[in-house]
Design a binder for this molecule. Sequence first.
Ligand SMILES: [Zn+2]
Length: 395
Amino acid sequence: MADIEAPFRVRQEGRGRLGLLRTAHGIVETPAFLPVGTQGSVKGLLPAEVRAAGAAMLLANTYHLWLRPGAERVAELGGLHRFMAWDGPILTDSGGFQVFSLADRSRVDDDGVTFRSHLDGSLRRLDPATAVAVQEALGSDVAMVLDQCVPYPCARDEAEAAVRRTVRWAEICRGAHRRGDQLLFAIVQGGVHADLRARCTDALVALGFPGYALGSLSVGEPLAEMRRVLEATVPLLPQDRPRYLMGVGSPDYLLEAVWSGIDLFDCVLPTRVARNGTALVLPAGLVASETGAAGTDLPEGRTGRLVVRNASYAADARPVDPTCGCPCCRDFTRAYLRHLFRSGEMLGPRLLSCHNLHTLHRFVAAIRASIASGELAAFREAFWQRAEPWAPSNR
Ligand SMILES: [Zn+2]
């Protein structure tokens, strides 16, 4: 298949940047947020609903699809795009994060990871060449190298060992990678140690990849810590390649990362909290109303979320967010949402998933617009005047 030429173009650069990521399944405007389709589905939503919520690109988890139904099965059925009926760009992770976080008794050595499947206990081996082969079989547009993730906090020697393996594995992955219609991104590790991040970045940039991700952030560290790592690392990355911060999807972390020069994000947060009955609501007045209605004055204060089960919504005839034009806010009241969640009706999680994805994409679109007009600094200041931080989120 034809190679993708000039896969990334920076259109504007400063504090925050605008770019275009070209893939075999279309062009993505950056900064961009990728909803997560863990098992090849964004839970409960049709692809058309995910697209209508503003998503241009999705993330699918290699670990899950590799174990079930298997990458070869997906390939036989026409590849992941056909399998899940999403014809836009897809990014797959390497599977490493789930091996380290989900699998039983994972054991890492210098050549890969041995673990037991969380599904049936079978013994499996994930090494760099396997991670590439599985993602090539799935046929994603962007594949990730196998890296060693570390927790937060993480001792320096452990972070250093992870950097050494990550660089070695990245080189093996690059050598094994064959598909010209798939971009292979490297992943920078190094925990919160700025010098280790720099060492890892320099080694990966010397190898040369079409894009670079930062891993093991948004794993519980305070926002100031993440900001410090980004400020130390991002300037070392090539200006003409996309930069992807893995596992970030709360508005506060996302905005700070864009400010530091990040282009791509993914996170389960908007859909996971939706299934638990929590709606993301943007601070009043930050983003233009889609309905003409004035902003939400949240009873909970300025926290940016609305817990629909709260008794105070039992007779509330307003939509979740009166300024939101999503299908949930267009037709349904808070009282109805509360009723659905209390009754265990599946429509509740579906509606809030639509709302949360719509809201996060609306937020990212507003960030892009503020960069385009040179007003990102003012947007950021307005955000922090109105919003309170979300708790750190996990992927
Ligand atoms: Zn809505």
